[in-house]
Design a protein around this ligand. Structure first.
Ligand code: GLU
Length: 427
């Protein structure tokens, strides 16, 4: 009976996007090697719920425009759903479903008491005025209101969203329930119950994981030249924190431009320039495209832009011996295999970019208790969690003689599968 139900629920890969298929390929590859009960496969790989909403917004010019939004809740086996909301023109249902699944593995790997979710609105946030963005965020929040909440599903920032947007999520939700509910969203500004250190947390986590990996090779950050693709919240802070610890950042890039300097780029100056001008174009140094950055002369490559940037077409040209994934899903399975065959070490997204959601967890705990930590405590607890996760992945990779992604997935999937097994089926 169970067999038949799971067969019927089994996802049909052909009908989904490449990114969704890739996320499932990574899952299936590991699941098959794990000796787990096959009947749980569909439960583990199928989102529990996906909500599509339509958000009509009055634009500044008086027109009404309808934006489509999604919230995919993949699993709550280990706790409330948790994951970001992205604003991007490329958002679609498959993408949020795949990202929600990745979030489940990530949250389980760093052992947070959460399941995984992801949301998104199809829009170009750079083309919206503040007023339009606010109306869109409030409408989207009220549309997904029935399925979010401090104990149900806790959104956070992702690509194209920030603390201001999270403030509107908080206010809309709080207005509708009649009191302030700090725990409904994370990534809030510190003055509104956010956590110190949340903004830089993903980049800080990247730094902790890379530093810990290098120490297993008897190397230090000051021994490596690093190229960082993407200069948003993750790329900028990762580059800045790595440079502060002696690493040489030889290349950075954003959507439209990039910079290469083998002597090392001044990240603080580049950050100021980028904030003022919205581009890196015009900064002194050799300009470089995003593709050139991936193949540049360096020891460590940090793809911290969007998914699917490290493809089979670029993999053979990558000179870095270490790829540390700052974005979610930047490496396609084909590229992953090619890089491994070429002896490149891949530090997978679900490990290396888990710092953001980890400090989101701290923020949620602080908000529920109305007791706020100092920055020293935030950073030291983050370091403990990231380094412990790295050690566990490293030990699993040694024990199973496998790569880090396989090791990380094995740990994460077994934690979620164990929670499912213990809870059993309802009713
Ligand atoms: N969007 C971030 C991620 O991909 C953070 C999610 C969160 O803080 O809930 O991990």
């Amino acid at each position: 009976m169970t067999e038949r139900i799971t067969d019927r629920l089994a996802p049909h890969p052909e009908s989904h996007s490449k990114f969704w298929q890739n996320a499932h390929l990574y899952f299936d590859r590991v699941y098959q090697s794990m000796n787990l009960d096959p009947t749980w496969r569909s439960v583990l790989s199928t989102p529990k719920r996906v909500l599509t909403v339509s958000c009509p917004i009055r634009m500044d010019d008086g027109r009404i425009q309808v934006f489509t939004g999604y919230r995919a809740q993949h699993s709550n086996a280990r706790g409330p759903f948790k994951g970001g909301i992205r604003y991007d023109t490329a958002v679609n249902m498959d993408e949020v479903m795949a990202l929600a699944m990745l979030q489940t593995w990530k949250n389980a790997l760093v052992d947070l008491p959460y399941g995984g979710a992801k949301g998104g609105v199809v829009c170009d946030p750079r083309k919206l005025s503040m007023g339009e963005k606010e109306r869109l965020t409030r409408r989207y929040t009220s549309e997904i209101m029935p399925i979010i909440g401090p104990m149900e599903d806790i959104p956070a920032p992702d690509a194209g969203t920030d603390g201001q947007i999270m403030s509107w999520v908080l206010d809309t939700y709080s207005m509708m329930i009649g009191h302030q509910a700090l725990g409904v969203v994370t990534g809030k500004p510190v003055t509104l119950g956010g956590s110190l250190g949340r903004e830089e947390a993903t980049g800080r986590g990247v730094m902790y994981v890379l530093r810990k990996f290098l120490s297993t090779q008897n190397k230090k950050l000051s021994d490596v030249r690093i190229a960082v693709q993407g200069f948003g919240n993750v790329g900028f802070h990762a580059a800045r924190l790595l440079a502060e610890r002696g690493a040489t950042i030889v290349a950075i890039s954003e959507r439209a431009s990039g910079l290469f300097d083998e002597g090392g780029i001044d990240i603080d100056a580049a950050g100021r320039f980028y904030r003022e001008n919205g581009t890196l174009n015009g900064l002194e140094g050799d300009s470089i495209s995003n593709e050139e950055l991936l193949a540049c002369e360096c020891d460590v490559l940090i793809p911290a832009a969007m998914e699917n940037t490290v493809t089979a077409a670029v993999a053979p040209h990558i000179k870095a011996r270490i790829v540390c994934e700052g974005a979610n899903g930047p490496t396609t399975p084909e590229a992953d295999e090619m890089l491994r065959e070429n002896g490149v070490t891949l530090l997978p997204d679900i490990l290396s970019n888990a710092g953001g959601v980890t400090v989101s967890y701290f923020e949620w705990v602080q908000g529920l208790e109305n007791f706020f930590w100092d920055i020293k405590r935030v950073n030291s607890e983050l370091q403990i969690i990231m380094e412990r996760a790295f050690d566990q992945v490293n030990a699993k990779a040694d024990e199973a003689d496998c790569d880090y992604r396989t090791a990380a997935y094995t740990i994460a999937i077994s934690r979620v599968a164990e929670a499912l097994r213990l809870k059993g089926l309802f009713p």
